[in-house]
Write a protein that binds this ligand. Structure first.
Ligand SMILES: NC(=O)c1ccc[n+]([C@@H]2O[C@H](COP(=O)([O-])OP(=O)(O)OC[C@H]3O[C@@H](n4cnc5c(N)ncnc54)[C@H](O)[C@@H]3O)[C@@H](O)[C@H]2O)c1
Length: 412
């Protein structure tokens, strides 16, 4: 059997996971090149030592300039590099596993779509949820016809207050000019799921949302700019020490694997992750709702909000014969048929692998390798042409939100 030569840009959280899954498939794929800005850092060196990689580069640009003989390039670099790296990789004829977001600009997304078609390369966007057993089960229920015609889907993404604070107030995705709107950076997965499950053309979209809480006017009187100096920190839910001292692994991408009290304390005293959540330069929303109307006037909606204790998604699918209620964290799907019968699907009984987005990350890599080697394409695996829909949904939702909820024609 052919062995796929894999290159990887961005050996961080996502990249390390993909490298691990490639290694699990060593009989059919091998990691031959890695690029990371921190390739010479002790932590990256140590993790990379687990792989016998012959080509190492400091940047994605260097890896691409080397014009290596690759069958697959995984792009898991930071958001702002995705478009340029994907463009150059397509030109080089590489198949690509591309982290989301593809880009924050509609014209760039469309450009990549056309270029991939022209060059005949396969570009798979990491819409990992659709590979999970949970969402595959819902898709199968819909396809079976047992639910009838699907009239409405109602999905919720509960980000959790601590996750919002980490990623969207203090962290990488806190400022829309630097990364993108949260409805894209966080919710392109949810948009992808809605489009995939409904599986019909979209007519129009509208959205409301706001940055309600994490701003200066809500900062308690006497609060300090940094948690370690703050007289109110013991009573504050967003005290960085409360979260990071109990969830140290969240700091690995920034300080490596030495997660001693001293190292964390030093990091929190000097980085954005130790700053007051009410005194950042964040501008992304903390709650947003999106309404979608399909060509046949069926509808779907997404609510994204930061104010939940736990981080989880739930979904309700309403058909003409039954409704489906699913909770991704609980790993349960309930089907209530109008004739009074019920069905309960316990995902725990179908798989034990919930690593990386409920198991979706590993399944995605496995299905991609099957596709590249045997041209075996599953329902979940779609090329750029389909994946761009989620991004257009997010960007048009944001356009609507910024225009105070104006209805946007999806096909304009
Ligand atoms: N599909 C998903 O569910 C999902 C989940 C989380 C993050 N992401 C996306 O995955 C990407 C990576 O996120 P992460 O959490 O792994 O971040 P990370 O900070 O843990 O890792 C990024 C790594 O890439 C390196 N890097 C960044 N740009 C580079 C470039 N151009 N060339 C070489 N090295 C580069 C950094 O040094 C870092 O080591 C982001 O775009 C993020 O939005 C996707």
């Amino acid at each position: 059997m052919k062995n796929i030569k894999v290159g990887l840009i961005g050996f961080g959280n996502r990249g390390s996971l993909y490298a691990k899954f490639i290694k699990e498939n060593s009989e059919r794929a091998t990691l031959v090149a890695v690029a990371d800005f921190k390739i010479n850092d002790a932590d990256v060196k140590e993790r990379l030592a687990e792989y016998d990689v012959s080509n190492k580069f400091v940047s994605g640009a260097d890896l691409l300039n080397a014009k290596l003989d690759l069958d697959l390039l995984i792009i898991s670099s930071m958001d702002k590099y995705h478009y340029q790296e994907a463009k150059e990789a397509i030109e080089l004829g590489y198949n690509i596993l591309l982290e989301k977001p593809i880009s924050t600009h509609v014209n760039e997304i469309k450009e990549l779509e056309a270029l991939a078609d022209k060059k005949g390369v396969k570009v798979i966007v990491c819409h990992v949820l659709r590979y999970t057993i949970f969402y595959k089960q819902i898709k199968e229920l819909i396809k079976s016809g047992k639910i009838g015609e699907i009239v409405n889907i109602n999905a919720t993404e509960n980000v959790a207050f601590w996750h919002e604070a980490h990623s969207y107030v203090r962290g990488n995705w806190h400022n829309s000019k630097e990364s993108g709107p949260q409805i894209l950076t966080k919710c392109s997965h949810d948009m992808d799921i809605l489009a995939w499950l409904m599986d019909k053309p979209i007519k129009k979209i509208s959205s409301f949302g706001d940055l309600y809480w994490f701003k200066k006017e809500n900062q308690p009187k006497n609060a300090a700019k940094r948690c370690f100096l703050c007289p109110l920190k013991d009573k504050c839910d967003f005290n960085c020490y409360k979260f990071y001292m109990n969830n140290r692994e969240w700091l690995v991408p920034f300080i490596g694997r030495d997660l001693s009290d001293e190292k964390i304390d030093n990091f929190l005293k000097t980085s954005d992750y130790g700053r007051c959540v009410y005194d950042m330069d964040n501008d992304v929303v903390d709650h947003q709702i999106v309404n979608i109307c399909f060509e046949d006037n069926t509808t779907a909606s997404l609510t994204m909000n930061a104010f939940s204790r736990w981080c989880y998604r739930d979904i309700k699918v309403f058909g003409t014969k039954a409704d489906i209620i699913g909770n991704f964290e609980e790993r349960k799907i309930y089907v209530n048929y109008f004739d009074g019968t019920k069905e309960e699907i316990d995902i725990n009984k179908l798989t034990t692998d919930f690593e990386g987005h409920g198991g979706g990350d590993r399944i995605m890599v496995n299905e991609l390798l099957d596709y590249l080697l045997n041209n075996k394409k599953t329902d979940s695996l779609t090329l750029l042409h389909d994946s761009v829909i989620s991004h257009l949904m997010s960007l048009k939702a944001e356009e609507s939100r910024l225009k105070d909820g104006t209805v946007i024609d999806f096909n304009e």
